[in-house]
Design a protein. Sequence first.
Length: 99
Amino acid sequence: METEQPGATVSGVARKHGIVTGLLFRWRVQFGVAQKKRAKLAPVALADDMAATRVLRELVQPPAGMVAVDLADGRRVFATAGNDPDAVRARVESGEIAP
């Protein structure tokens, strides 16, 4: 809804909310929101004790051939399907790979 305001751009809205611009375009394709078709959006209110990142991360699905691995601190990483989740967690915690 914000991108349809006069003078607003997708990249400007993404920066404002700390979202990668490409992710917005991916969501548009994934949810079938075309530029010519008017999207039906609804406002979402989050409870004070609920972290927005935990809610939003459920919307981002792993790319094809990847699986989501939840880390102990609440972050999530994507790893190639077939990898042992415990091994992925160990490599991230050791600093061998970046989350």
